[in-house]
Ligand binder design. Sequence first.
Ligand SMILES: [Zn+2]
Ligand SMILES: [Zn+2]
Length: 346
Amino acid sequence: MKALVYQGPGRKAWQDKPRPTLDKPTDAVVRLLYTTICGTDLHILKGDVPEVPAGLTLGHEGVGVVEEVGDAVSNVKPGDRVLISCITACGRCPACKRQLYSHCEDGGWILGHLIDGTQAEFVRIPHADNSLYPVPRDADEEALVMLSDILPTGFEIGVLNGCVKPGDTVAIVGAGPIGMATLLTAQFYSPARIIVTDMDPARLEMATRLGATDVVDAREGPAVDAILALTDGKGVDVAIEAVGVPASFDVCQSIVAAGGHIANIGVHGRSVELHIEKLWIQNVTLTTGLVNTNTTPMLLQTLQGGKLQPAELISHRFDLDDIETAYQVFGNAAEEKAMKVLLIAD
Ligand SMILES: [Zn+2]
Ligand SMILES: [Zn+2]
């Protein structure tokens, strides 16, 4: 089969690789129908995630068809169409018992990180019973790919950790795929205002289309000043960091109102300066996290009920064989006006 193989910092190739087989009775092998590229894959290629070994297949998102299952798998069977979760969960360890699947003792984020991932024709999924979700009847399978990672991440680590409530003023700093997923799912709770800031006018335009009440173009002046002006100097109830650099974290610290929440989603490669000397008296809560995907069943329901339209995040479609072109487009997101690139296997 073909797979997108990481070959060390800066290098990757779409190359032949042995087709995965069942390794444990709890495994399934899935033939991919759709997959996509995540900002995290670009971080890996830059060398920011050194634990990823050369030779690994990248990717942790996708929808596919079950090819074969181990003897201990009972929730899915060959021929079933399934959503692949970016998080593998055994369902039995102490972390899984707390729904802290990201810290499963025999799972967590391993796909495309520690074991071969989904940017391939086939993938082996450990603990298939807890890591695959049957595709609902008549579901839009392209849209479903957004539920592997970005929607649960934006929802759990942004919206839920940030305690978004009806009437709140929310700011989302960064309008990439994760910021957009946060924007879509924040609307479950009817915040009064959702302010989105970014430096890319095409992304801000998309944010307006997807429900932002205000957008702030950070190229036109300090985002902090603009957001404070929009809120009569009070700041926002929830500041959601969706970039992962010190500057965007600083914006969040400067715009959070008294009693507010800073919900950090961004993957940070460097330390940030925490302004505890200003925040301590403000009754501010700061949260971080890696997605657990414990909300995936609920997100599937909202998708099926038409309350969530993640297909709008798909900006480009490519054949799976063209994945190297897709990487170029996704890596050049501003010029290409790329959000999520969908890869379609034939
Ligand atoms: Zn991801
Ligand atoms: Zn577990």
